[in-house]
Design a protein around this ligand. Sequence first.
Ligand SMILES: Nc1nc2c(c(=O)[nH]1)N[C@H]1C(S)=C(S)[C@@H](COP(=O)(O)O)O[C@H]1N2
Ligand SMILES: [Mo]
Length: 325
Amino acid sequence: MLIKRPADIPASEITPEHIYLRRRELMAGAGLFAAGALLPTGLGASEARASLEAKPATPALAAKGFYTDEKKTPFEDVARYNNFYEFGTDKGDPAKYADALTVDPWSVVVEGEVARPGTYPLEDLLKGIDLEERIYRLRCVEAWSMVIPWIGIPLHKLLARLEPTSKAKYIEFTTLYRPAEMRGQRSRFSTIDWPYVEGLRMDEAMNPLTLMATGLYGRELPKQNGAPFRLVVPWKYGFKSIKSIVKIRLTERQPRTTWQELAPQEYGFYANVNPNVDHPRWSQKYERRLPNSLFDPNRIKTRMFNGYEEQVAHLYKGMNLRRYY
Ligand SMILES: Nc1nc2c(c(=O)[nH]1)N[C@H]1C(S)=C(S)[C@@H](COP(=O)(O)O)O[C@H]1N2
Ligand SMILES: [Mo]
């Protein structure tokens, strides 16, 4: 569904600038996957979805925050060290169990303070919006981090299409609830009140850095990374970047989010990366940049707004970031 053959694309859509989804491996897909011809060593089909074409992130875009020359975290680590509690709480669980998820067909419900509510097949929602590559740092609240080359569309472009009303002050996102395929949702030990919900203030949602990702490393998202459609907010702790989204709601009031409900003294609505405000149980001054090992912890200093201060600090002018953590 996210994949079209070139032949399915009207000629009018194929322009030099147009970023289209390629299907080059698809027909031979199964065979190639089995042969592993296109894949980094040892990866299964769930981790090697079809390739995507996007406007590349280049050094010229560094000033916007769309590019960093920091060493990218290898695909194998990005796709094997995950937080996706719908599939279990161990870092290896999502890669092990997310294959069970059906991502095609996929639709997204749009509701609330918006002129164009509805249930949109994902391909319709994204149609005609050019894909862009963004190389972002991802900083988890647990004090590890990665550098990931995402592919997606800026959220502001999607919002322009959906037309929020003047009453829309916040945006709420909801992850799929499908316990039959998401074993973490069936678990008796889970403390999370499913489905997973996250939210942003409208000006945060409209910031050019805020991305709706459909891919990484030039391919469709691995399921464990939130296929087929997830949020990426690089200046906030990773838990804000909600995966496998099925609902977008525009609201007047600040949404109630999953982690805030679970442990409000530990996880705030804003969750901006901030080395000066410690988590109640650990320091946020440093982070482990993946990949790392016991012998090479690769410990680096955490930066204010995860290094995106220039792009986002203005959003929080006059706010007490200790109070609004
Ligand atoms: N639905 C959902 N989204 C989620 C999570 C989750 O458990 N469920 N974990 C979050 C956390 S804590 C992090 S750090 C990032 C991890 O993204 P990655 O696995 O693609 O690196 O996803 C976030 N999005
Ligand atoms: Mo996280």
